[in-house]
Design a protein around this ligand. Structure first.
Ligand SMILES: [Zn+2]
Length: 269
């Protein structure tokens, strides 16, 4: 692991990436400039770790990010780090949904536009504080995987945005739990998402829970990892009951299970 700083970081499109540097004497902090934000690393055991993401539609190939190391004597070391993005293999899925979700009425279009602006404003906020101390967990008890992340989608014959979350099997009424500690920043019915809960976990990490039949939390609530957020359902643009679970790492739409796989820094700074 000691040579990690010399090798390129590698990640696929739509995957979470954990950046790691070994602890060294006198090093007091590490930050990376990622998607226009300054992301602080967290010291965890013998390493400094930061969790970032490569967007689903990010260009495959060589990228670079700026990493700054700060030392106790005031010295700074700035390094350009290569990040190699590989292409994801995402198939196209054809789906049939209620026509009103494909050919929108002017009222529904206006509502969908308003809600898109609202959710994008949420993603534009960056909470420097990190609210969680434990690893992220799957929000449906017993679920080990999800489906359809990254799939290019055609609804009733018309191409639409790629699927930016994972669909977890869950019948209507299945309890849905917070993947980690954080603050509820949205809890209401949206045109496409149905009953939706968004959680800000701090440091640019958000999780979303869509198509719920019932919401048990309100905007502003601090929720604990494993706390019930509501019940699964089939509200919004769906073909049947399930949980759509999404993860945003700064501006990147990533497979939620890639966040589970890498683990996140689990000890406080
Ligand atoms: Zn979905």
């Amino acid at each position: 692991m000691l040579s990690l700083a010399l090798a390129a970081f590698m990640a696929g499109q739509g995957q979470a990436l954990q950046m790691s540097y070994p602890v060294e004497p006198g090093l007091t902090g590490v930050t990376v400039q990622w998607s226009g934000h300054l992301v602080p690393f967290t010291r965890s055991g013998e390493n400094w770790l930061a969790t970032v993401g490569v967007d689903l539609d990010s260009k495959p190939g060589d990228h670079a990010v700026t990493v700054t190391f700060a030392y106790e004597d005031g010295r700074m070391r700035v390094v350009r780090e290569p990040v190699v993005v590989s292409a994801g293999q995402y198939p196209t899925t054809e789906l049939q949904v209620e026509e009103r979700y494909v050919e929108l009425s002017p009222e529904d279009q206006a509502r969908a536009d308003r809600e898109a602006a609202e959710t994008s404003a949420i993603y534009d906020t960056f909470t420097p504080q990190r609210y969680w101390t434990e690893a992220f967990a799957v929000p449906v008890k017993g679920a080990k995987d999800g489906r359809n992340f990254g799939h290019r989608r055609v609804f009733n014959g018309q191409p639409r945005a790629p699927h930016s979350g994972a669909d977890l099997r869950a019948t209507t009424g299945t309890p849905i739990y917070a993947a980690n500690r954080g603050r509820v920043v949205l809890a209401k019915d949206l045109f496409f998402s149905g009953n939706a809960v968004y959680i800000d976990h701090g440091q640019g990490i958000f999780t979303t829970y869509l198509h719920l039949s019932k919401i048990d939390v309100a905007v502003g609530d601090m929720v604990e990892r494993g706390q019930q957020l509501g019940l699964a359902g089939a509200t919004g643009r769906v073909t049947g009951p399930h949980l759509h679970w999404g993860v945003r790492l700064l501006d990147a739409r990533v497979d939620p299970f890639s966040l589970i796989r890498i683990g996140a820094p689990t000890t406080g700074p």
